[in-house]
Design a protein around this ligand. Structure first.
Ligand SMILES: O=C1O[C@H](COP(=O)(O)O)[C@@H](O)[C@H](O)[C@H]1O
Length: 262
């Protein structure tokens, strides 16, 4: 048995962002020393705003964000135009990409191909081909290994666009999956599969606010919660997973959290 996931708790989002920056920069620096590029998969939802706060305030410390060496992929994306208000890419663009100072350079970003908005299977296949071209051929690589995945946790325990009880959770072959009936709008999406989401070198979750405390308690303190998508990432990736939460999100959670900075 491996070690359990790390749960780091902070009084508020400002303190959380400082430690999240240290965590991301640590992952960036090890990736750059391994292969001169930092490959990261990002979620949408509440994550991009907190991540922007972490990365764009240099006073947070932890070293330099080498954005020009980053390759950004999406852990999940909604099948909408890239400037649509439901687009995860739009959020990342507004909260991070558009705010990067020119001297730090720009990441290479891999958004969905909007040619396939009406065909999510084709969109997922195309996004998988993008991963194949970056991470080498599927014949030689069983699964793409991101240097870091930064994930959110929905109030129902979903992560990426993997929802509780979905048959997609049993997928063992495809890297990227289509969804046409997401319980949370918009219905049409693509998502990394669970094997890909749990295969990263490091996986960071960010969950903030009292609206997350019931699901956090389930995920960390109950057997049923361990079967939810976020719980499955915890049990499959174990100590490679680190959660960054604020105090309101873990009110009542018994699982031991480390409080304060990393
Ligand atoms: O629909 C989605 O929701 C999850 C969780 O969002 P949050 O706002 O509760 O943090 C998000 O991680 C995912 O990327 C998004 O498509």
């Amino acid at each position: 048995m491996g070690k359990p996931p790390n749960l780091y708790a902070f009084p508020g989002v400002d303190e959380l962002a400082q430690s999240l920056r240290v965590f991301v920069l640590d992952a960036q620096n090890s990736a750059l020393s391994r292969h001169q590029v930092f490959r990261v998969a990002l979620s949408g939802g509440s994550l991009p705003k907190v991540l922007g706060k972490a990365l764009l305030q240099e006073t947070n410390g932890g070293g330099k964000v080498q954005f020009d060496k980053w390759e950004i992929f999406y852990a999940d994306e909604r099948a909408v135009p890239l400037d649509h208000e439901d687009s995860n890419h739009k959020l990342v663009k507004e909260e991070i990409l558009d705010k990067i100072p020119a001297e730090l350079g720009q990441p290479k970003v891999f958004p969905i191909d909007v040619k396939y908005l009406d065909d999510v299977q084709e969109m997922a296949d195309q996004y998988e081909q993008t991963l194949v071209s970056v991470f080498a051929s599927r014949d030689s690589v069983r699964l793409p290994m991101f240097d870091l995945l930064l994930l959110g946790c929905g109030p129902d325990g979903h992560t990426c666009s993997l929802f509780p009880g979905s048959p997609l959770l049993r997928e063992s072959d495809a890297w990227v999956l289509p969804i046409s009936d997401s319980p949370k709008p918009p219905p049409k999406r693509i998502t990394l599969s669970l094997p890909v989401a749990t295969h990263g070198i490091k996986i960071g979750f960010v969950a903030t606010g009292g609206g997350k405390k019931d699901i956090m308690k389930q995920i960390f303190d109950t057997d049923e919660g361990r079967q939810l998508p976020c719980g499955l990432v915890n049990s499959q990736a174990q100590e490679r997973v680190s959660w960054f939460v604020d105090y309101p999100a873990i009110e009542g959670v018994s699982f031991p959290a480390r409080r304060g900075s990393l």
